[in-house]
Design a protein. Structure first.
Length: 199
């Protein structure tokens, strides 16, 4: 097997591993289970990572790296800062849609994978802040405290990803991200909600 084939096979295994974990979670799966489901040997799994714990973390990194690339590519051709903010949040929701409740529960309970999730949420919060700053600089958004708005967005994003929003509102992830995008763009654009306003 050439180096190129080995790299392609490795990427394929990670894709299959991520699909398995997203659908079913990972806590209940042994390495034997995983090898059987992926139709490979345990020794092949050990070429990906040295233990199940390392394999879970590596798969989580693989998932979020791919998700980040898809989210970023979704806003490249989007016109206008408000449009980019909406597209970004909508793409985050779409990227997380395949994640089952079991996967999210397992992710929350396993510190090495949870840290990856938290790092990506922090990155997303900074990206939202950057998009808000860009909108304010372009005059598309009102002058706001971007770090505060981004923190509110990040907190909501974390609650969406842990399914708390779904439990409280009945919205699925993609619907919740669409609502968050609408709330932010309405509040940030001229004529939106202003500080101290009254109903």
């Amino acid at each position: 097997m050439t180096a190129a084939h080995a790299t392609a096979r490795r990427a394929q295994l990670f894709d299959e591993l991520v699909s398995l974990f997203l659908a079913e979670g990972f806590t209940h799966l042994t390495l034997d289970d995983i090898a059987a489901r992926l139709r490979c040997s345990k020794s092949t799994l050990y070429t990906l990572a040295g233990s199940k714990e390392q394999l879970v973390r590596a798969a989580t990194v693989h998932f979020f790296r791919g998700a980040t690339e898809r989210v970023e590519s979704s806003i490249v051709s989007t016109v206008g800062t408000a449009g980019r903010l909406t597209a970004y949040l909508s793409a985050v929701g779409a990227a997380l849609q395949p994640a089952s409740r079991q996967f999210m529960d397992d992710l929350a309970a396993f510190a090495p994978a949870r840290e990856v999730y938290e790092q990506n949420t922090a990155f997303a919060a900074k990206r939202v802040q950057q998009l808000i700053d860009d909108g304010a600089a372009a005059g598309d958004f009102r002058s706001v405290h971007a770090a505060f708005v981004a923190d509110v967005a990040a907190t909501t994003m974390a609650r969406i990803q842990t399914r708390e929003i779904a439990a409280r509102t009945g919205l699925d992830d993609s619907q919740a991200y669409a609502e968050l995008a609408a709330l932010l763009t309405t509040g940030l654009t001229a004529g939106g909600i202003t500080a101290g306003s009254r109903s």
